[in-house]
Ligand binder design. Structure first.
Ligand SMILES: Cc1cc2nc3c(=O)[nH]c(=O)nc-3n(C[C@H](O)[C@H](O)[C@H](O)COP(=O)(O)O)c2cc1C
Length: 173
């Protein structure tokens, strides 16, 4: 019985959370951008990490492609984003990205992310500037323009706790 951390990110926030999780739970971490994952056979507990870009999970297509297989696994999905504290936006992200049926049998965690303006591609920077232009809340507008770093190890504590609880009861991860 085995577990694995699978993730796909762009600027390092998701990779950082994946690394912390893998270390804490003694699991291998698998970067879908760099490695080819043939199949999920043999893995029972699967942690999946993805950031949100313009409302879309970077891992959305992979989730759809593997939905049938994932239905037979224990799935912990960690979503890294700028709206981790906004329940309304969380619901939108779930509704628009998680394949039907999968949502009901996977645990979903929203983890605060990071935007480092100096590292963004010109296209992503443009998207942020346009978003900031239309943002009405002056505080949020400022934050969008400057960037932010809310990535902290302590945010994965609930995930670690639930995964350990699951592994103790199911002996999976
Ligand atoms: C161009 C751009 C678009 C983004 N769109 C969203 C969004 O729609 N919703 C959200 O909550 N966060 C959004 N974010 C915030 C990212 O999800 C956050 O920066 C995350 O930490 C990125 O993770 P990564 O470093 O692993 O790629 C956006 C960030 C950028 C740069």
């Amino acid at each position: 019985m085995k577990g694995i951390v699978i993730y796909k990110g762009k600027y390092g926030a998701t990779a950082q959370y994946a690394k912390w999780l893998a270390e804490a739970l003694y699991l291998p971490a698998f970067d879908l951008e760099k490695q080819l994952l043939d199949n999920l056979d043999g893995y029972d507990g699967i942690m999946i990490g993805s950031p949100v870009y313009m409302g879309k999970l970077l891992i959305k297509d992979w989730l759809s492609k593997n939905a049938d297989v994932l239905h037979h696994k224990k799935v912990f999905l960690f979503v890294v984003c700028g709206s981790a504290g906004n329940k309304h936006k969380q619901d939108d992200i779930i509704r628009q990205n998680i394949p039907a049926g999968l949502e009901n049998h996977c645990e979903i965690y929203f983890l605060p992310g990071r935007v480092d303006m100096s590292k963004l591609s010109w296209y992503d920077r443009l998207i942020i500037y346009v978003g900031a232009f239309f943002e009405k809340d002056p505080q949020k507008k400022q934050l969008m323009r400057r960037g932010y770093d809310a990535v902290k190890r302590e945010h994965i504590n609930p995930l670690i706790k639930d995964a350990l609880h699951y592994s103790n009861t199911e002996e999976v991860i």
